[in-house]
Design a binder for this molecule. Sequence first.
Ligand code: ATP
Length: 248
Amino acid sequence: MHHVLVTEKVTKCYLPGQPPAVKEVDLTLGQGEILSIVGPNGAGKSTLVQMMLGLLLPDSGMVRLFGHDVSKERRRIAHRINYASTDLSLPYSLTVRENLLTYALIYNMKNPRERVARLLSTLGLESFAERKVGALSTGQVARMGIAKALVNDPEILFLDEPTATLDPEVSGQLRHLLGTMVRERGMALLYTSHNMREVERFSDRIVLMRAGEIAAEGTAADLMQRYGTEDLEELFLLLAGREEVAVE
Ligand SMILES: Nc1ncnc2c1ncn2[C@@H]1O[C@H](COP(=O)(O)OP(=O)(O)OP(=O)(O)O)[C@@H](O)[C@H]1O
């Protein structure tokens, strides 16, 4: 598999004297792969994603996107990736359509108006298109954030808890849409989630983090077999809660 993302022993410590938030993480993401990172609150998932995006510099180690060191060549690769998270703030006084159009123009996309119209339809946002982002519900803002993240047709899409605020129907539609983009365009998708049923069904591979390190990695079936659990939820509780379970 062609790896579009590789991390080599990335480490980040926010405060001197404190244990690192992320410690020597080695990870790969293949073209057309759906990888989910799970772990308890504070395990280091967001810190790792921020370093992958080049928004946070590692203390040591390296993140390569398409073979380039992201901390040195972020500008060169920025147009090939995109990101959405629950705490992303978007210009609140612009409408949904104006927001998306602004991003389409920033990314210098061809036919920006048509592109935005298509995204609005795909994400079920047409009826909110002329509404200001500040007047949307939490779930609608999340959909808008995902539309924004798709505006440049990214080769790697990072989604930090994409479905946390979505109702089950919209979550299902979003997974279907993302799955199609992965299959048809070979997009690589890396996402974090606390929804173990979603992770179990939707990911090609799962990385379970604990205290800044990778505690387990594999397909859902591999992991459940290895640890003798019935489902991923049980595995999560086993690995997240019990220090005596050895980190691989
Ligand atoms: N800006 C910061 N300054 C200091 N410490 C931080 C900062 N951001 C995160 N941390 C700490 O780093 C550790 C990892 O946090 P991080 O947000 O990466 O975890 P997470 O796995 O994404 O958690 P969650 O599931 O709650 O989103 C935590 O102990 C957190 O308190």
